[in-house]
Every structure is written in C-alpha cells, then in structure tokens.
Design a protein around this ligand. Structure first.
Ligand code: BTN
Length: 271
C-alpha cells in the first residue's frame, strides 16, 4: 500500500521504515531509540498493528483504512530538554495533524480534545501517544499517531480497560465516515510529517502562535467539563482554554486552576 521509496524521498526523515505489520510502531521506535544507532528524525509506519497502544494503558485497534505511525523527533540533550516548554509538544502534534488532514481531505469541524485527541462532532478521529525516552545524555521523544482515515467499520478502534473512575471513551469516526470520500493515506502521512517538524521546533521556541491556534479549535471551550487525573481524582468546572505552558485552564468552585496531566470530557448533566 505504501510506496516506501517515495516516503523516504518526501518525508525529510533521516531514517524511514515501512512495515506491513508490527506489534506497535511506538514499541519499534522505542527499540530503535534504545539501540541509539538510528539517525533522527525517524519515521516508522505500519500498515497493520497487532498490539497498538493507547493512552492510560488502553489498547489501540487499527483496522483496514487506518494510518498508524510513529515519528522520532530530533534528538535533544537531556540538559536542554529539561529547560524546554515540553508541555506544548502534544498541542504542536495536534495542530500538525489537523493541518495535514485539512490539506488533503474536505473535512471541517475538527477539534482538539486536550491535550491531543482529535474529535469531530464528539467522535474520536485520531489518538496520539507521546512517549519520552532518555538514553545516556540524550532525550528522545516518540510521537505515535493513529488516525481513522478510510475505515468503514471502526466499532473496535479503541478498546477500553473498563475502569469506572475514568471518563468513557468517545465513539470513533473516520475521515471516510465524515466526508464519504476515500483519501490517499500516504498523502496524509506526508502532509502531517511535513508539519510535525516545524510545529515541534516552533513550540520549543516561544513566543509562538500555538496557544491561540489551539484555543481556536479547543473542544468544550467555555463549557462545563469533568477533568480526571491519572490517579482517578476528578474536578468539574468550566473549560477556559489552554494555558501558556500547555496545561488546561479549568474554573471550578475553588477558582481557576491549571491541570497538566489527565483527561477532560464534556460534563453531562447538572454541574
Ligand atoms: C489514544 O488515543 O489512546 C492514543 C492512541 C495512539 C495510537 C498510535 S497508533 C501508532 C502508535 N503506535 C502505538 O502503539 N500507538 C500509537
């Protein structure tokens, strides 16, 4: 399905792997990073994943018509990485993907569900799993992206580990389901890769327009939300947008707070 030579020529990645099947492109990327022999940025693409991983220990099922890949960002010195505004990386990723999708598909209304899910009309179109790995004095960021592109049957896209303390997953959708148009998965991949590098470097060198661009696409802005921390504690309040360091601003009865890790969902019913 993919033309590996064309992807190598067009992607600006220093190392490109195209696999028919992998357990997980993020696992492969982390394996390469740990070996520390692969030049960066690097791109790992798989037509099929047998053990795709999602956020918070979930699995990610990618059926026919999905785009699944991982991008290893240019390596950074660990000392440098620690002083960078890395809270902006998920948002930079989300913006690169939205922009890539809008370049190749006639799809409007894509929103960013903080920090980096993409949704359309309250259905999940894309998931991102960013993992950071340190090797010696260097720090590597692996950005794993799963997009439902030409999928027709995606009832199994995301499988939850049932846990009542976590917000329910959104139902999935695909570009095809939203637009009734098949698009080239390879063109979409190239469009996103084109943008990932520049969004990443912009996010690490503020000031940038990134926060404003995120807020203009932020799901639930001005609406009641429930925010759940990775430990399961939840807060309800009004979503007031993305903060300068990439957190989410929530105004609750206790005042305005910035949350930095966890999941945010629309609050249904009385506050
Ligand atoms: C989520 O929304 O839970 C994140 C899903 C991330 C899935 C992608 S598919 C490519 C990459 N490889 C993985 O194993 N996971 C990510």
């Amino acid at each position: 399905m993919f033309n590996a030579t064309r992807i190598r020529e067009r992607s600006l990645a220093e190392h490109v792997e195209v696999h028919h099947e992998l357990d997980s492109t993020n696992d492969r990327a982390i394996e390469l990073v740990r070996r520390n022999e692969t030049p960066t940025p690097a791109l790992i693409v798989a037509e099929h994943q047998t053990a795709g991983r999602g956020q918070r220990g979930r699995s990610w099922f990618s059926g026919d018509g999905s785009l699944t890949f991982s991008w290893i960002a240019p390596r950074l010195e660990r000392s440098e990485f620690g002083s960078l505004p890395t809270g902006l990386l998920p948002l930079a990723t989300a913006l690169a993907i939205v922009d890539g999708i809008e370049t190749v598909a006639l799809l409007t209304g894509i929103q960013i569900k903080w920090p980096n899910d993409l949704i359309v009309a309250e259905r999940k179109l894309c998931g991102v799993l960013i993992e950071s790995v340190s090797v010696g004095s260097e720090q590597f960021v692996v950005v794993g992206i799963g997009i439902n592109v030409n999928n027709q049957d995606i009832s199994r896209t995301q499988t939850d580990n049932p846990d009542p303390t976590r917000p329910a997953s959104l139902a999935p959708t695909s570009i095809l389901m939203e637009t009734q148009q098949h698009i080239s998965i390879e063109e979409l991949l190239l469009a996103i890769i084109d943008r990932l590098g520049s969004e990443f470097s912009q996010s690490l060198t503020p000031p940038s327009t990134l926060i404003d661009r995120c807020n203009s696409r932020l799901a639930y802005l001005g609406q009641p939300v429930i925010f759940t921390t990775p430990q399961g504690a939840s807060t309800t309040g009004i979503c007031e947008g993305v903060s300068r360091d990439g957190g989410l601003l929530i105004r609750s009865n206790e005042g305005l707070q910035t949350v930095t890790s966890g999941a945010c969902s629309r609050l249904i019913g009385p506050k």
